[in-house]
Design a protein around this ligand. Structure first.
Ligand SMILES: Cc1ncc(COP(=O)(O)O)c(C=O)c1O
Length: 476
């Protein structure tokens, strides 16, 4: 801003300077040469003029910049809500920095370190000079490894040209929405949903169409409701299994029913977000939507390394689908970020080399997640008035606390909704959780159990104490 001002009023200019919307505070400026120093909003102005006797006078004035800048934002940005997960995580971090021992269970990231075989591959990549731009779509080495994985683990056949590697699965999903949606198209999203889906749809000028699910149905999409929501504007259905925030896993049979409905609508594509694929608790099993009859042609399968391989900071994900769609995503990526980090991609190759579903090391992490899940399920079941659906995958639980809404907390006030409940639990219980409202279901709150068992034990004690201290509005 300062530069543009300095550019528009150069060291020598004609007065009146007010025409440049500069307010003169100390004095009026005569017609003479002026020079600026300093930055907006206040800056000093030195100028010289000839005195009555022809002598050179130097004086100065303090000037307030009033350059009018249009600060309006694109309607696209205005339609997007900020992420509540980020907001609550930031609030909890600020409290921790201020010395408050907050237990943070809001973030969606594993508490494990990236396995050593992956970090070593990253270090080796740097040492060996793999530090240059990589191909836009991802290195052929990684895309080939991804094709192999999809074939072996998911029964999906792709060539490397049907794979696009991006800076995280998040980028894959955002690009896919932009690539296939026309303005006004509808994107069908079962709720509870991952916070970013509806906002990404809006950024793509599409309209999110939310289809609610019930905790008593384990938050799984009811095919009849889906049928009722499909219109000629429906362009995409977004499925997420295992799910963030509920931990639900779609059984194959239900996916088949959904596929049958989808198959009747040539315009309807599916994004299948399978990023939690490996974090699944037997007997639940994972089915890739694209592997169902007739679905390969219309499905964009998204996956990534952040969750199963504890690689959130490496920013690495991928999308697989028919070449026509992947080429469109590739084109978008080529104009906004180019290829993903060359170092991370070497790490990704190492991750895919760890064995089926991540091998022994990922199995150890999944076992720990399962123990934590079991601990939480048992404890939430004991809490009166709280409804749960047992998570079958991922590392989240989404209990329904709505029977406590309307209760009063001493020194806090009324618990109205998921947001006030989370604020109360942060205040009173010093536990950071995310309001279900952010995921499209205000009855629930999300607890991320990507934390050690002792941490979860302390959190549970605090939550119980805070909840039991509420004065119920009615019978719970
Ligand atoms: C359901 C789901 N999809 C996609 C992502 C994005 O993952 P990343 O961009 O780290 O690969 C996340 C991250 O929280 C997620 O929970």
């Amino acid at each position: 801003m300062a530069n543009s001002l300095q550019g528009s009023i150069s060291s020598s200019c004609n007065i009146p300077i007010r025409s440049n919307r500069i307010g003169i505070l100390d004095s009026e400026i005569p017609k003479s040469s002026v020079s600026f120093s300093s930055q907006l909003p206040n800056f000093s102005l030195k100028y010289s003029e000839k005195g009555r006797n022809g002598q050179s006078l130097r004086t100065s004035a303090t000037v307030r910049a009033e350059m009018q800048v249009d600060i309006s934002l694109s309607p696209r940005v205005n339609s997007v809500k900020p992420s509540k997960t980020v907001a609550i995580t930031d609030q909890a971090t600020a409290l921790v920095q201020a010395g408050v021992p907050v237990i943070r269970l809001a973030a969606g990231e594993p508490d494990f370190d990236t396995p050593a075989v992956i970090t070593e591959a990253g270090i080796k990549a740097i040492r060996e000079g793999h530090t240059r731009y990589s191909p836009n779509a991802g290195t052929m080495e990684l895309r080939t490894a991804i094709c192999h994985k999809l074939q072996e683990e998911n029964g999906l056949t792709y060539t490397p040209y049907q794979i696009l590697v991006s800076n995280g699965a998040k980028q894959c999903i955002a690009q896919a929405l932009v690539a296939v949606c026309s303005p006004g198209d509808e994107v069908i999203i079962p709720a509870p949903f991952w916070v970013s889906y509806p906002e990404m749809a809006r950024l793509a000028d599409a309209e999110p169409v939310i289809v609610p699910t019930l905790i008593s149905d384990d938050f799984l999409l009811n095919p009849e409701l889906l049928k009722a929501k499909i219109t000629e504007k429906s362009r995409l259905l977004i499925l997420c299994s295992p799910s963030n925030p509920t931990g639900s896993v779609y059984p194959r049979k239900l996916l088949e029913e959904i596929a049958e409905i989808v198959a009747k609508h040539p315009r309807l594509l599916v994004i299948s977000d399978e990023i939690y694929e490996h974090i699944i608790y037997a007997p639940a099993t994972h089915t890739s939507f694209a592997s169902l009859p007739g679905m390969w042609e219309r499905t964009l399968t998204v996956n990534g390394f952040s969750k199963a391989f504890a690689m959130t900071g490496w920013r690495l994900g991928y999308i697989a689908g028919p070449k026509h769609f992947i080429a469109a995503c590739n084109k978008i990526q080529s104009q906004i970020t180019s290829g993903a980090s060359s170092i991370s991609q070497k790490g990704g190759v190492a991750a895919l080399g760890m064995g089926h579903a991540g091998g022994e090391e990922v199995a150890i992490m999944v076992k720990a997640f399962r123990e934590r899940r079991d601990f939480l399920v048992k404890n939430f079941r004991e809490l009166p008035g709280v409804k749960i659906s047992e998570p079958k995958g991922a590392f989240y639980m989404f209990p329904d606390f709505s029977s406590y809404y309307g209760s009063e907390a001493e020194g806090f006030g009324i618990i109205k909704d998921s947001e006030s409940l989370c604020r109360y639990l942060l205040d009173k219980g010093m536990v950071a959780l995310v309001p279900g409202d952010a995921f499209g279901d205000d009855k629930c709150i999300r607890i991320s159990y990507a934390a050690s068992l002792p941490t979860l034990q302390s959190a549970m004690e605090n939550i119980k104490e805070a909840i039991l201290a509420l004065r119920p509005a009615g019978p719970v």
